[in-house]
Each structure stands twice: as structure tokens, then as C-alpha cells.
Design a protein around this ligand. Structure first.
Ligand code: GLA
Length: 415
């Protein structure tokens, strides 16, 4: 593989986004009549409600009618991931009952590959850590009634420096399909500096669905752009046409307090309401329930699950699956049902630092400030706690009165 010069993720994206914008502008003014005439009928103009639309060819995606659920090793194992750890987690999904709750996809993140491709250019598993190979892992995972996911990068290398897929999209998509992979997570590290990132992600999606129309395509195209910016929104719009789920936030950092991080994810996601629909989900990143590196408190874990569920984000856990906390948090059926309803929550009101977010049958109140705040909320019906005893919340004259701690979250089903 010829390696082209690369730069860091942010620089690359800034440049690639500028070129995307330039192309979109030129196409928008010069070629739009041609498109309208139908000469390029498959080309979709995406994000037309927003500035700077990005043109991509929609990828026919049949998978992920509901937000995907499962487990990914990354935040717990990083590059120490092994075949036995992956299979242990797959078995735990089944033995804990989480698989029957819907957590049915086991994703192997970065570092599963050998340092170099084969003589014929194929990706190979790391022989030390995945001695039996990916088809074997896929077979075991499938025999447990689960699906297998795998990580790749659209650039010349993965974020951890393993071989990237740039220049090999069709070949890698076919390899994954022949191995029995059901879900592919595409990262954006080490893209060539001259590349148009949206075009590359679109090409990868096309190759994936040609190799296996039922595959789930998960990707990270929008991550480098600033949430709220027009480029970010345009990348999300393009992502929603070409993939099943796309990350809308950078990686979790242990230096950021849980409450601030969860609130940041929510604020970035609320304006993206219109891009989520069956088969297409804004991805808030992984759930940290049971993760020993991030050590979220139990209420942080519950708050994260609430926000992810109200937003109908994929629920991909990245922690120890047998800790009592993870079982309690991940296995909350009311929260799962809110997520799997498959409708992203909508911001319907803000009072002081409190956001009120609803979707049919549920409501969430979030204190977006680090300072505690009193809430007085006119309940639209009987409010049932999703945590604890599940009893109706006490209201006075139809109002719920509570004091929410800094970054506190309350979620209820409404009867
Ligand atoms: C990026 C992604 C993470 C993980 C790592 C692997 O940082 O955002 O989710 O896949 O790469 O190197």
C-alpha cells in the first residue's frame, strides 16, 4: 500500500471539510438544474435545510431499524483486546440475560489487526491476540445467537497505528463479509490530506452494502467538526444518508467529569433530531456502566443511560458486564424500551438551567448546569419513575416539584 502524507485528525478534517464545502457550493450553483432534470437521479442533496449541504450517494441500508445494542471492548481494553476477552464478553451477554434484553452485537474495536497486510493485501488478525482468526470468533458469536462487529479506519492507518483501509475499501468490505461480520465501525484517523472525507466514507458504505446489504454501517465522520457548526450539521446530514449510525461526539475522556460530559453529548445531539429515523441513528458513543477506568458513580451511569435512551442513541456498553451496577443499569427494561422506541427526544422547553425533553410516552428533565436547581414541571399525565420502585412520582396540583443536583437527570414514562 502506498502511504500518502497524513496530518492530524483536526487539520485533516478542517481541510477536507473546506473542500467538501467548496464542491458543494460549486455543484449547488452550477449543476443543480442538471440534477433536477434527473441526469443524476441517485445523487441526494442532503441537509438542504442547512447551510453547506454535502452531496453523497445514499447507501441502501436495510439494517438497524432500531438503535443497535451491544458491547464494545474499547473503553475497557484498548489495545489489550484479545479473542478470549471478546468471547468471554459474548458469553456474558448471554449468561447475564443482557442479550435477551437486546444487547446482541459484540464489537471488536481497534488493534485486532496484524501490523501488516498479507502478501496479497488482505487484512489479517493479530496472530498473538486473535490466534483462531475472525471467522472462528464470528462462528462462536453467531452460535450464541449474537452478531459480530469489527473496527476499521478509512485512512491509511487506524487511530492506534494498525493498517488502515484506505485504497482497500472494496477488498476489506468483501473480507469482512466473507468472515461473517455483521457490523462495521469505520473511523477517520490518518485520512490522506488531499482526501474529501465525506466522499471516502460514502465509498466505504457503498462497498460494504454491495458486499453485504444487511450489514450495519457505523462511522465517525462528524466527530472532528465543532457541534453546532454548519459543517458539523452537514456531515451529520450526509452521514444519515450513507450509514446506520454516526458518532456525534469525540471520545470520552476520563479527565471530564461524568455530568459535564453527559450534558455536552445531549446538547450536541438535541439539534440533530431530524436526522434520526429507523435505520439511521445519532450515536452518542459508548455507555460506561461497569467500566473500571472511568468509574462513573451509579447515578452517573443511570443518567448516561437516561440521556442515551431519550435520544435513541445506540446502546453499546463498554465495561465489565458482570458488575452488579452494569447489570442493573444496562438491564433496565423501561430505559431500553424508551431507547428502542426509535424516536429521538425533542427539546420542548427550557427554564433556567433545566431542559425538558420528550418523546411519545416519556419525558426527561436535565439540569445542564453544575449548580443545583429547583424544578417545577407541569406533568402531562402520571409520571412513573424509570429507576427504583417504578412508582408514580408525587405531584402537587399536577406539578412535579424537585431539586435537581448539578447535571442531574430525571426520566419518567408518562401514563
Ligand atoms: C477513535 C474512536 C474510538 C476508538 C479508537 C480506537 O478514537 O473514536 O471509539 O475506536 O479510535 O483507536
Amino acid at each position: 500500500m502506498t502511504r500518502r502524507p497524513v496530518n492530524s485528525r483536526g487539520q485533516l478534517r478542517a481541510r477536507s471539510i473546506r473542500s467538501v464545502e467548496r464542491v458543494a457550493r460549486i455543484l449547488g450553483w452550477c449543476l443543480l438544474p442538471t440534477f433536477v432534470a434527473g441526469a443524476l437521479s441517485t445523487l441526494a442533496w442532503l441537509g438542504s435545510r442547512h447551510t453547506q449541504p454535502i452531496a453523497v450517494t445514499p447507501v441502501a441500508t436495510t439494517a438497524a431499524a432500531r438503535p443497535p445494542m451491544g458491547w464494545n471492548d474499547w473503553y475497557q481494553d484498548r489495545c489489550a483486546v484479545t479473542e478470549s476477552e471478546v468471547l468471554k464478553s459474548a458469553r456474558e451477554l448471554v449468561s447475564t440475560g443482557l442479550a435477551s434484553d437486546g444487547y446482541d452485537t459484540v464489537v471488536i474495536d481497534d488493534c485486532w489487526m496484524a501490523a501488516t497486510r498479507s502478501a496479497t493485501g488482505a487484512l489479517l488478525p493479530d496472530a498473538k491476540t486473535f490466534p483462531d482468526g475472525i471467522p472462528y470468533v464470528a462462528n462462536v458469536v453467531h452460535s450464541l445467537g449474537l452478531k459480530l462487529g469489527i473496527y476499521a479506519s478509512a485512512g491509511t492507518a487506524t487511530c492506534s497505528g494498525r493498517p488502515g483501509s484506505y485504497g482497500h475499501y472494496t477488498e476489506d468490505a468483501r473480507t469482512f463479509s466473507s468472515w461473517g461480520v455483521d457490523f462495521v465501525k469505520l473511523d477517520s484517523c490518518h485520512l490522506p490530506s488531499s482526501a474529501d472525507s465525506a466522499t471516502l466514507f460514502n465509498q466505504f458504505g457503498t462497498a460494504l452494502s454491495a458486499a453485504n446489504p444487511g450489514v450495519v454501517y457505523s462511522q465517525e465522520l462528524p466527530v472532528g467538526a465543532a457541534p453546532g457548526s454548519s459543517t458539523f450539521t452537514a456531515l451529520v446530514a450526509a452521514s444519515s444518508a450513507m450509514s446506520n449510525m454516526w458518532r456525534i461526539a469525540p471520545d470520552e475522556r476520563a479527565t471530564v467529569a461524568a455530568g459535564a460530559s453527559i450534558t455536552e453529548h445531549l446538547e450536541a445531539d438535541l439539534p440533530l433530531y431530524s436526522y434520526a429515523s429507523p435505520g439511521h441513528w445519532n450515536d452518542l458513543d459508548m455507555l460506561l456502566a461497569g467500566n473500571s477506568i472511568f468509574s462513573y458513580s451509579l447515578s452517573d451511569q443511570e443518567n448516561q443511560a437516561d440521556v442515551w435512551a431519550m435520544e435513541s442513541s445506540p446502546l453499546i456498553a463498554s465495561g465489565n458486564l458482570t458488575s452488579a451496577a452494569s447489570l442493573m443499569v444496562l438491564g433496565n427494561k423501561k430505559v431500553i424500551a424508551i431507547d428502542q422506541e426509535g424516536v429521538q427526544g425533542k427539546l420542548v422547553g427550557t427554564e433556567g438551567s433545566i431542559d425538558v425533553i420528550t418523546k411519545p410516552g416519556s419525558v426527561m428533565l436535565v439540569n445542564t448546569s453544575p449548580v443545583r436547581a429547583d424544578v417545577r414541571y407541569k406533568a402531562p399525565g402520571e409520571l412513573l419513575n424509570v429507576w427504583g420502585n417504578g412508582r408514580p412520582a408525587r405531584t402537587t396540583d399536577g406539578y412535579l416539584h424537585r431539586t435537581l443536583p448539578g447535571y442531574g437527570v430525571l426520566m419518567f414514562t408518562v401514563r
